[in-house]
Design a protein around this ligand. Structure first.
Ligand code: NAD
Length: 269
């Protein structure tokens, strides 16, 4: 890459922010131009490289407008309401965006789609290469195991995760549902309790586990008569999401506008 890509990271004091900063500092094709977090965060004013023993010259700030001047891509791993504010600012400043945040409402997802008509955006609930491949594997499996197999999606995450089921579990559900011509909104069952009756074969079930420091486990189970097929991904470090997000940032350098996901980034369509 001729000139390093100028990157701003939002949510810098969070778990993903930490992994992203580390990955940007290690990549000669990228240069950190801004480090954002919410107003009132006690880390504001500190050098973004301090925790890695690096003097980057970029201080953690809540000044979005200053951070977005003359940069290429903002990488956002925060909370939906923060992402919406960053989205508006990116549109205003003509800055491309990687959205890794999860837990958006249908209305917020629509706002992202509309913004992508002007700005290039990669939006994916899981930026790992392995999970992106898993989505394709689930589609292939669902096409073969289309009848006589019950589909259940199991996920586990650390105790701090605030949304459930995970954005990745929902994405895997959408992949299975679309391969079968079903609408996930109509066939999803989120947890079961009490006398539920027999399982409706047209449903896709979700089960959520929260605890400890689990980075992210996902299994898509196809349970048939006499056999089960289980497709599983286990993330052992947040570096996988950070590296995927930065790969997505590089992918956007040749795009002026449009909404993309990791399938596009990895050319898996
Ligand atoms: P975290 O709680 O550790 O960090 C969130 C960060 O966002 C913090 O720095 C916090 O101060 C900041 N923030 C919160 N509200 C804000 C606001 N209004 N304005 C500005 N900054 C604000 O969370 P995390 O584990 O780093 O995860 C962040 C998001 O990324 C979550 O939605 C999570 O589900 C998602 N995630 C996505 C992927 C992926 O591959 N797409 C992977 C891991 C996590």
């Amino acid at each position: 890459m001729a000139n390093p890509l100028k990157i701003v990271i939002a949510g810098c004091s969070g778990r993903m922010g930490h992994a992203l900063l580390e990955a940007v500092f290690a990549d000669a094709d990228l240069v950190l131009h801004g480090a954002l977090d919410r107003a009132g965060n006690p880390q504001l004013g500190r050098d973004a490289g301090e925790q890695f023993g690096i003097v980057s010259g970029v201080k953690l700030s809540d000044d979005v407008n200053a951070a977005l001047k003359n940069v290429d891509v903002l990488v956002d791993f925060t909370r939906p309401e923060a992402s919406m504010a960053y989205l508006a600012a990116c549109q205003q400043h003509g800055v491309k965006m990687i959205i890794g945040t999860t837990g958006f409402s249908a209305e917020q997802k629509l706002a992202i789609e509309l913004a992508a008509k002007q700005t290039a955006i990669v939006f994916a609930p899981n930026m790992s290469v392995g999970v992106t491949l898993l989505i394709n594997l689930v589609q292939a499996a669902a096409k073969v195991l289309h009848s006589g197999y019950d589909i259940e999606i199991l996920e586990a995450h650390h105790r701090h995760k605030v949304d459930a089921p995970s954005g990745t579990a929902l994405r895997l559900g959408e992949a299975a549902a679309s391969a079968l011509g079903r609408n996930l909104d109509e066939c999803a069952v989120y947890g079961r309790e009490g006398v539920t009756g027999e399982r409706d074969p047209s449903t896709i079930g979700f089960a959520t586990v929260r605890g400890g420091d689990v980075v992210g486990d996902h299994t898509v189970l196809f349970a048939g008569t006499g056999e089960r097929v289980e497709l599983t991904h286990k993330a052992s470090s947040r570096a996988t999401f950070a590296l995927g997000a930065l790969r997505a940032a590089k992918f956007l350098s040749s795009k002026a506008h449009g909404l993309f996901d990791m399938q596009d980034v990895l050319n898996l369509r």
